[in-house]
Structure formats: C-alpha cells, structure tokens
Design a protein around this ligand. Structure first.
Ligand code: IPE
Ligand code: IPE
Ligand code: MG
Length: 203
C-alpha cells in the first residue's frame, strides 16, 4: 500500500555543511535544493500530501546569525520556487505561527499560499515556527475561549482546533541525519504513523 501522506524532518544541514567545509548557511541553502528534488519525486510517486519541517519553535534559540540567514534563505527560496510550484500544480501552505517571522517573509508566505490555492496535484505543507506542543496549547486555548463545555470536548473537537484540521495524519514519517526522535513535530498527527530514520544528511 502506498503512502498518501508523507512527513519529513529535514535534518542534517549543519553536519553536511561542516563535512563539506562550508558555512552553515550554505548547508541550509543546499537543504532547499533537496526539498525541491523531494517535491518533484513526490509528484512522480503520486504522493498526495507532503509535510516538511522547516523551522521549529525551538530553532529560534540558535545563534542569531544562523536564524537571520535562515530567514533570508526562506525568503529567497519562496521567490525562486514560487513560479514552478504554481506551474507544477503544488498547493503550498504553512503550518505554525506566523507572527514571529519578519514582516516581508510573512507577506511572501501569504502570497505563495494565495497563488497556489487552486492547485490540486500535490499538497505541500511547510511547518515553519511550528511546534507540536505549541499547536496543542493553542487548540486548548481556542476551546476555552469558545466557552466549550468540558464534557463535550472529544478528539474530533480537539483536532478541529489544530492549525490545519484538513492536514491528513501522515502514513509515513521520515527523519534524515540519524537522530532517533521527533523533535516536537506533529505530536497529535503522528500517533499511528510508521517511522523511518535514515542515516543520510538532508542535503
Ligand atoms: C535541519 O538541519 C535544518 C533546521 C533545523 C532549520 P540542522 O541545522 O539541524 O542540521 P544538523 O542537525 O545541525 O546537522
Ligand atoms: C528538527 O531538527 C527541526 C527541523 C528539521 C526544522 P533539529 O535539528 O532542530 O532538532 P533537534 O535539535 O536535533 O532535536
Ligand atoms: Mg539538526
């Protein structure tokens, strides 16, 4: 049976760069090219939904220079890839917080979502400023704010208050770089996913 929904923790850019004698920013840049190849492969394989971890809530605590270059690289990547994503039928959306990204990047993210909103070939979700715990805390807050009777809260109601209720649970989670953990990715959605850990570095 093929996996319709695939999640990927794109890890190992830093180690890859170090091994090549390159800067960490070059590692992240190479990582965006690997994502491009992965999106093309997902289309070829008939994957319906691809969800990738690009930046976690914890990644803000990396050195300021690395965070700054990551924000620049995200912006450059959206600019570079938007025409092909639109043309190839990739509907691209983001999950996670929006409010902490630089204002121009927030605009680019909204622009990419808008331009690809009618595409149907592949659903690409990019987890940015995403944390599974933050997502669950926010869902709880929304239920309280809505004044829901505690006795009525069930799994369906909680799911409906996640960032993207329409994101299917992944059939398969792949993490590169050899680390054997989920690092706060899709904690609710991964409950029954198959987990595959690869020793290859993401780039
Ligand atoms: C993953 O690569 C990319 C992000 C977390 C943004 P890393 O930067 O974590 O690479 P390693 O784990 O240090 O090799
Ligand atoms: C997970 O990788 C986050 C992303 C790939 C964006 P990290 O490298 O940040 O996770 P830890 O620090 O190894 O848990
Ligand atoms: Mg890492």
């Amino acid at each position: 049976d093929s996996a319709r929904t695939v999640a990927i923790i794109m890890d190992g850019n830093g180690r890859w760069a170090e091994r090549q004698g390159l800067s960490v920013a070059e590692g992240h840049r190479a990582g965006t090219n690997a994502l491009r190849r992965t999106v093309e492969a997902a289309i070829d394989l008939g994957v319906e939904t691809l969800v990738v971890y690009a930046f976690s809530t914890e990644n803000w605590s990396r050195p300021a220079g690395e965070v700054d270059s990551l924000m620049d690289i995200f912006g450059e990547t959206i600019e570079r890839e938007q025409p092909d994503l639109a043309r190839q039928g990739v509907r691209t959306r983001f999950i996670g917080r929006r409010d902490r990204a630089p204002a121009d990047l927030q605009e680019q993210m909204a622009g990419l979502e808008e331009e690809t909103a009618h595409n149907e070939r592949l659903n690409l979700w990019i987890a940015f400023d995403y944390g599974g715990r933050a997502e669950l805390v926010e869902a709880a807050r929304r239920l309280v704010e809505a004044g829901v009777d505690p006795a009525e809260i069930d799994e369906n109601m909680l799911r409906a208050n996640l960032y993207a209720p329409e994101l299917p649970d992944p059939d398969l989670l792949i993490r590169t770089s050899g680390e054997l953990r989920v690092s706060n990715f899709l904690l609710w959605q991964l409950a029954y996913s198959e987990l595959v850990f690869l020793d290859r570095l993401w780039p």
